[in-house]
Design a protein around this ligand. Structure first.
Ligand code: SAM
Length: 306
């Protein structure tokens, strides 16, 4: 038998008692997934503060880092570590606390937990055991960057971090080269130049791309160029190789087989009769394929025919 007091959001307290069951959560407990700021502390929500204040425990990726955040808001809730290296051992510990009626808030170092951050294992196990899982939405670097990118937002693919090794990175990029949705990547400042170069070699230099760096912070930078221009700019300006970065790349052009076949016949025929620029313009109008891309193809065709 146990008897405990569960602390619930908004200061409400519930007293309960019963058998200690390790597989089924007490129905007053909950696992809150609390988004925290990605830079500017003003971005924390009042609901997030209420939850962080009211739960029994805050499970944090880095307890020192999160202690500073809690202290800033005068919150003294107990912190325990939950990160990629202790996820396996800590998951049963947290599940037991939930089963005993405690409420837990999971936070990561910044932004939305589970987005390129630990927590999947815990959330999955909590749901299996009937624990209430409650998201407290807020900042997420990928979504903030996408919204300010000027790239299509109706459909997008979140790719997280690319492989650190070049061979694996290029293979992964290659698997994405026909993806038509906007691509969203997280990238380390140490690899940004190399990754941009690999992207140019796989996707070509013409697609639009956006660097979203240090979002919500003092040196926030959001720049949109062609992929080739962006790669050159970042390589030449070492300031762009600092801080936290989201990289977005325009998806591949819509191509259907009919258009591709038409283009294969149309462009060579136009190049024979017209100047390269005019041939590319007409082929672009007919097929909807990017004019600059067709101009380059037309130039090649012209020089091959000489
Ligand atoms: N869970 C976080 C979220 O919701 O955005 C992401 C965590 S992931 C471990 C950290 C990466 O997110 C960074 O390497 C960077 O790519 C991106 N990121 C986080 N904060 C950022 C910021 N203020 N500006 C740009 N990118 C940021």
């Amino acid at each position: 038998m146990y008897s405990t007091t569960a602390r619930l959001p908004y200061g409400q307290k519930v007293q309960f008692s019963g058998q200690n069951v390790s597989t089924q959560a007490d129905n007053s407990s909950a696992l809150y997934l609390v988004a925290t700021p990605i830079g500017n502390l003003g971005d924390i929500s009042s609901r997030a503060l209420d939850v962080l204040q009211s739960v029994n425990v805050v499970a944090a990726e880095d307890t020192r880092h999160s202690r500073h955040l809690l202290q800033h808001f005068a919150i003294n809730t107990r912190l325990i570590a939950y990160h990629e290296h202790n996820e396996e051992q800590q998951t049963p510990v947290l599940l037991k606390m939930l089963a005993e009626g405690e409420s837990i808030a999971l936070v990561s170092d910044a932004g939305t937990p589970l987005v390129s951050d630990p927590g999947y294992r815990l959330v999955s196990a909590a749901l299996e055991r009937g624990v209430r899982v409650i998201p407290i939405p807020g900042a997420c670097a990928a979504i903030a960057a996408l919204s300010a990118s000027g790239l299509p937002t109706d459909r997008f693919v979140f790719e997280g971090f690319l492989p650190a090794k070049q061979g694996a990175r290029v293979r992964h990029l290659d698997s994405l080269k026909d993806e038509q949705r906007t691509l969203v990547f997280y990238e380390s400042c140490h690899r940004i130049v190399l990754s941009l170069k690999d992207m140019v070699s796989v996707f070509g230099s013409e697609r639009q791309a956006v660097l979203a760096r240090e979002l919500t912070k003092t040196f926030e930078t959001i720049r949109k160029y062609s992929l080739g221009e962006l790669a050159d700019w970042v390589e030449q300006d070492s300031n762009q190789q600092k801080g936290e970065i989201v990289l977005l790349v325009e998806g591949a052009e819509t191509s259907n087989e009919g258009d591709a076949m038409l283009l294969a016949k149309l462009l060579p025929a136009l190049v024979k009769e017209l100047p390269v620029k005019q041939a590319a313009k007409i082929a672009s109008q007919v097929t909807g394929v990017n004019k600059n891309k067709l101009y380059k193809q037309a130039l090649k065709l012209k020089s091959n025919s000489k």
